[in-house]
Design a protein around this ligand. Structure first.
Ligand code: ADP
Ligand code: ZN
Ligand code: ZN
Length: 745
């Protein structure tokens, strides 16, 4: 038990506007008994009025003069708040990831809506019909027409919806209130929660779990029952039965009176996925997604708090659902970068889930076809248990993968975006009436320079990541700031054909039209999917056979199943391979594996073409061979050698500034502060350098990185920077911290 002397307390918490915490002293008698999330009574303001407050943090550092700090009066009998685990988690996130407590609290607590939950208020007649008739007569005489309208209607209907009275009958609320006070009528209310899954019926189905699936379920539930909940990784290709395992586990939890959170990337949160859960668990399931209104999201939290639901399904933020009896957290597609928050605090849902699970004594189940290096590494060193599901249960064979060497194409005089193999295969599909998907993985694209003749990529000699071409003509490393002049000839083979890659989806669509004038082509990218619905519309049109070929960015690799797609083409695997950050290889492996999984979902076998200038790169070779293990071994070797996560930890510090120089000055000061720890704690600083996107709007972006095998050393460095910022209070600059960044800057 902690024996801290001070408690930071939010007095009278209101979710809509979380106040700043006030510090109180913990009196001797209460020391060691106060916990984060607890409700306590404190003297507040000049009159020392006693108010309830919530402990958000315990500390030994006084912020006021100790003699001026007031004492906590006592622990309230309200005890611990339903959201106490969330509040504790917020305090942990603030510490781990760097943000203010308020920002962290706003992240974990649902915003209370000003708008009320629509209630089905009804007006009922509270007197006998005789009495009512008498009053109606009186109203008629007094010409009290509003009352008359209402009472006459009530006389025949006995009860009315409140909205009807106010709306159609145009009876003012004050009139209703007056009648209510006279006990003529009563207003009843029954809160009707906005339930995003209600009213949809789903067919029931059931499967008998395979031996491998059973083993996982039995193990995990046995651990939980014996009071040793753990973290588990289920490594299994798409269609290997992971979701069935999750559902069986959750059924086990529910039978023990426990609740579960299921995280799914927003993009995979389709009707199909949700309906599998609802058909099994009925109305005890609820869903959170970005298209829900704030009010609807808030309602889901209320329902969870009241124990009206047992399962919540949703993206990252569903983690903060305030269940009282949480028994399990499932994170499907745990490698997805969307689990990392891009705003402060930049938490990773996987890490936050592990913390939250520890508060509740809950199990954490991670699932993926291409696990993150972090999770797989943890399963290798034994801190989490790994299971493999190797059989595809949906039928359909794994696709055949061809790697096409674009250097070879150039040598044979083919300068088009499409290799000869791909052209030929597209033609076959058109003739056979089958569908194809072409995919340009531009994510993280940072303007790398490579040789079309030999495939050589210009890389930073210090960081082993791709250099990016800048407008000033220089090649820049976005980790350390190293720069060199642009090159005209390849340093390896002397070819003059060394340049950047510039093909967009639109250009690909145009070239396709020239090649196959008869083909019906759909394009999906940021331009064509501006509207929220258009993403689904385009996918639905394609699924319906509305086109022969779909061209798109990485958006097209997820979600829907397209049984008629028998060919998937990855036009330039190099785009994500040369993204200029240490995760480029991992991301490419995941994208290629996922894209390949799009082909051959139906009865017809599928084929995949990967075009690249680097056919020998391990990400490409092992994705083509569908060999995760070998990919992991080689990639992990690289991380170890370079000291990148998960072999070590990395803290990215992003300085946003209105003035370029002042941003650089501030970054330099922060670097000096970080470097102070260097000697004793082995923190290595790289940079500062302009970010990949060096300016957004009016803001300049400068970034530097600190690396250490010891995460605590990086947290200490972050703490020192926060103190420095607190003292300097920069006005035109903001600083963001990002531990073990997932996306490059
Ligand atoms: P994943 O989540 O790994 O993609 P799913 O759980 O969705 O895999 O399973 C893929 C398909 O196989 C689903 O249609 C599912 O109903 C079916 N399935 C899963 N397990 C079994 C099983 N033991 N017996 C028969 N069908 C199964
Ligand atoms: Zn070359
Ligand atoms: Zn570098």
């Amino acid at each position: 038990m902690s024996r801290e002397i001070y408690a930071n307390i939010i007095v009278d918490i209101s979710h809509e506007n979380v106040d700043r915490p006030f510090q109180y002293r913990i009196p001797e008698t209460l020391r060691g008994r106060i916990r984060v999330g607890m409700c306590v009574l404190v003297p507040f303001g000049r009159g020392n009025k006693e108010l309830a407050g919530y402990v958000v943090e315990l500390t030994d550092h006084p912020v006021y003069l100790p003699e001026k700090t007031k004492d906590i009066v006592r622990i309230s009998d309200k005890g611990v708040l339903a959201e106490s685990s969330q509040i504790r988690l917020a305090a942990w996130m603030k510490e781990q990831y760097g943000s203010t407590m308020i920002t962290a609290l706003k992240t974990v607590l649902p915003a209370r809506q000003k708008m009320r939950t629509p209630s089905r208020r009804r007006i009922v007649l509270a007197v006998s019909l005789e009495t009512a008739a008498a009053v109606i007569e009186e109203c008629r005489k007094k010409r009290a027409s509003a009352r008359l309208r209402l009472l006459e209607k009530l006389y025949t209907e006995k009860e009315l919806p409140y909205e009807y009275a106010v709306g159609e009958l145009s009876v003012a609320p004050s009139v209703i209130r007056a009648l209510e006070e006279k006990k003529m009528i009563a207003v009843t209310s029954e809160l009707s929660y906005r339930n995003p899954v209600k009213g949809k019926a789903f067919p029931k189905r059931s499967v008998t779990l395979s031996g491998a699936q059973c083993e996982i379920v039995t193990d995990i539930l046995a651990d939980y029952r014996s009071g040793r909940p753990g973290t588990y990784l289920i490594h299994g290709i798409t269609g290997s039965g992971k979701t069935e395992v999750y559902m069986e586990l959750i059924a086990g939890m529910i039978s023990m009176g426990k609740q579960a959170i299921v995280l799914i990337p927003e993009i995979a949160l389709t009707y199909q996925t949700v309906s599998r859960f609802t058909s099994r668990f009925g109305s005890r399931v609820s869903v959170i997604h970005s298209r829900l209104s704030m009010g609807e999201k808030y309602d889901q939290c209320e329902r969870a708090k009241k124990g009206e639901i047992d399962i919540i399904i949703g993206p990252r933020s569903a983690l903060f659902t305030p269940f009282q009896r949480l028994g399990m957290i499932v994170i499907d597609e745990e490698h997805e970068s969307s689990y990392k928050s891009e705003s402060m605090p930049k938490y990773h849902a996987r890490e936050a889930a592990a913390k939250l699970a520890s508060y509740y004594g809950a199990s954490l189940v991670l699932g993926s076809a291409t696990p993150s290096l972090e999770s797989y590494y943890a399963s290798e060193n034994g801190s989490i248990r790994r299971y493999e599901l190797t059989q595809r249960l949906t039928g359909g064979q794994l696709p055949k993968v061809y790697v096409e060497d674009l250097r070879e194409e150039l040598r044979s005089g083919n300068r088009s975006i499409f290799s000869r193999k791909l052209q030929q295969m597209l033609g076959q599909r058109l003739a056979a009436g089958e569908q194809s998907m072409l995919f340009l993985n531009r994510r993280g694209y940072a303007g790398f320079i490579s040789c079309r003749t030999c495939g050589h990529v210009m890389k930073c000699p210090h960081c082993d990541v791709s250099l990016s071409a800048h407008k000033n003509g220089k090649l820049v490393c976005h980790y350390c700031g190293y720069e060199q002049p642009a090159v005209n000839t390849c340093p390896v083979c002397g070819s003059g054909y060394i340049l950047g890659f510039r093909a967009g989806t639109q250009q690909i669509e145009e070239n396709l039209h020239k090649l196959f004038p008869q083909a019906r082509i759909l394009r999906m990218d940021a331009d064509t999917t501006r509207k929220k619905e258009s993403y689904e519309e385009i996918l639905a049109a394609f699924a319906d056979g509305g086109a022969d070929i779909m061209v798109g960015t990485q958006m097209i690799v997820k979600g829907h199943d397209f049984p008629n797609v028998t060919l998937v083409g990855i036009l330039a695997a190099d785009l994500s391979l040369c993204a200029g950050d240490y995760r480029a290889g991992e991301r490419t492996f995941q994208l290629l594996t996922q894209a390949a999984g799009r082909a051959g979902r139906g009865v017809k076998p599928g084929e995949v073409v990967i075009q690249t200038y680097q056919p020998d790169h391990h990400s490409i070779r092992y994705a083509a061979a569908q060999d995760y293990r070998s990919f992991y071994d080689e990639e992990m070797g690289y991380r170890q050698m370079m000291g990148y996560p998960p072999a070590a930890h990395m803290l990215a510090v992003l300085v946003l500034s209105l003035n370029e120089e002042s941003g650089q000055r501030l970054a330099a000061g922060l670097v000096r502060e970080t470097a102070k720890a260097k000697a004793e704690e082995a923190v290595q600083v790289i940079g500062p350098a302009p970010a990949v996107i060096s300016r957004i709007g009016d803001q300049y972006r400068t970034v530097f990185y600190a690396k250490s095998v010891n995460r605590a050393a990086l947290i200490a460095a972050k703490d020192r920077m926060e103190i420095l910022l607190e003292m300097q209070k920069p006005q035109k600059e903001t600083v963001q911290f990002d531990f073990d960044p997932v996306n490059g800057y």
